[in-house]
Design a protein around this ligand. Structure first.
Ligand SMILES: Nc1ncnc2c1ncn2[C@@H]1O[C@H](COP(=O)(O)OP(=O)(O)OP(=O)(O)O)[C@@H](O)[C@H]1O
Ligand SMILES: [Mg+2]
Length: 411
């Protein structure tokens, strides 16, 4: 019996991660994982394809070796400020004699939406039906089988820059693999951290990564709104590096070892010595001073999100509260700080419904997107184009190389 294997790749600003999972009955078990530092990505967009290709190669090979499974195609996450979501309204007249609405009518509406991508330099990632209207009757979730003369639909259409997507696919292909499905990163994270109840009643998901903070609102089981902000963990590291005049890698360590989102979460202040590889003499500071550098960036980010929700009049959907995930959510005190700023229930989003049998601990918030990419691919996502010739060639070459390696390792 063939095994049911799912593979995913998250090309983040700070790390590239690959997981290979096996579906056994209702269980999803991660059997291989590879995570390597990412270089050549800035705020969700590739800036150096050679570096990213190498990181993808490395991450997939590590995961593949651990799982003992050869990888050919992967689901990938897409983010970046180039993503645009628009609301599209369309209609069709029902032509069948008995006026019964068929799947073909719904498909016709969808093909109207697809025409959008011819007019701009954008590729459609997802078409998310918001609601259907039959002869003026609102809020119908599934019109197939119902009777009517005119079917209207409101869709949320998530689109991404054609060139940004092409470069992501190219990097994956150059590493020797093909892209199976492309999923908006916040949607992927939602599959691994949100409960069905939260998505039904209304929730705001905030994924704080290294280069981008991705936000999405879910209500009635569907994504209602999404946005990508080009500020996240790296911004905090930069402000620490600027203040103490130290290298970013030293500032990163200070942030992780001694960072607090707000002074209020510090129980006792204590002294910290800042050493760095940049040549400056060690400096003395304390955790309270460090949090005064971190706090404004986080508070500005949360206030900006709050303002966006007001602007789009969508705060009413945040009924159960807010879930914060991504590496940035590991900052000490961030949950309480978010509660204070938003005045809502806030919880940490950790990947759920997954069993892990791998060496590294992947059940952490920085792997929410990656683990969401193996949990689900939305029915309304646009599958990747057929593998390109160049890619097939790469896979053939890779298989031959794998065979040769195997022969040598058996000697
Ligand atoms: N313990 C911690 N405290 C504070 N920040 C942390 C901690 N651990 C990780 N981070 C921060 O999380 C960020 C990385 O998060 P994540 O791995 O989710 O990003 P990414 O997926 O690589 O980037 P993006 O999604 O923006 O493309 C880094 O800026 C890192 O400093
Ligand atoms: Mg990420």
């Amino acid at each position: 019996m063939s095994r049911n294997i799912v593979t995913a790749l998250d090309i983040g600003t700070t790390k590239v991660g690959c997981v290979i999972a096996e579906k056994l009955e209702e269980k999803l078990i991660v059997i291989g994982a590879g995570v390597v530092p990412s270089e050549g990505m800035s705020r969700g967009t590739i800036t150096n394809i050679v570096k990213i290709t190498n990181a993808i190669s490395e991450a997939v090979q590590i995961a593949s070796k651990e799982a003992g499974v050869n990888v050919s195609s992967l689901n990938i996450g897409v983010s970046g400020e180039h993503i645009q979501t628009i609301r599209h309204h369309g209609y069709v007249t029902i032509e069948s004699e008995d006026n019964e609405i068929k799947q073909s009518d719904v498909d016709k509406l969808e093909s109207e939406v697809r025409k959008l991508q011819n007019s701009a330099n954008l590729e459609i990632l997802h078409i998310i039906p918001e609601k259907y209207i039959i002869d003026g009757n609102d809020d119908i979730s599934d019109p197939v089988g119902m009777i009517g003369r005119k079917l209207e639909a409101d869709n949320n259409v998530v689109m991404a820059s054609i060139s940004a997507i092409a470069n992501l696919e190219r990097a994956v292909q150059r590493a020797g693999y093909s892209v199976k499905a492309k999923v908006l990163q916040s949607l992927a994270s939602s599959y691994s951290v949100l409960t069905e109840e939260e998505k039904q009643l209304g929730v705001l998901l905030i994924d704080i990564g290294g280069g981008t903070t991705d936000i999405a609102i879910f209500h009635d089981g569907r994504m209602k709104f999404n946005g990508i902000i080009g500020k996240a963990g790296i911004e905090i590291t930069k402000s620490i590096s600027d203040t103490f005049n130290i290298l970013e890698k030293d500032a990163e360590k200070i942030k992780i070892d001694f960072g607090f989102a707000s002074q209020k979460s510090i129980v006792t202040n204590y002294e910290v010595t800042i050493r760095n590889d940049g040549g400056n003499n060690p400096q003395k500071t304390d955790v309270s001073t460090i949090s005064q550098i971190i706090s404004p960036t986080i508070s500005n980010l949360f206030r900006y999100i709050d303002m966006k929700l007001d602007q789009h009049k969508i705060k009413k959907f945040v009924r159960t509260g807010i879930v914060i995930t991504g590496g940035g959510s590991k900052m000490r005190g961030i949950i309480d700080f978010a509660k204070e700023i938003f005045g809502k229930n806030v919880r940490l989003g950790i990947p759920r419904n997954i069993e892990s049998r791998v060496g590294i601990n992947i059940l952490h918030p920085e792997f929410s997107t990656l683990l969401g990419l193996i949990q689900n691919v939305p029915a309304f996502s646009v599958e990747s184009k057929v593998e390109q010739k160049e890619n097939k060639k790469n896979i053939v070459v890779k298989n031959i190389l794998d065979k040769i390696r195997q022969i040598f390792s058996e000697l």
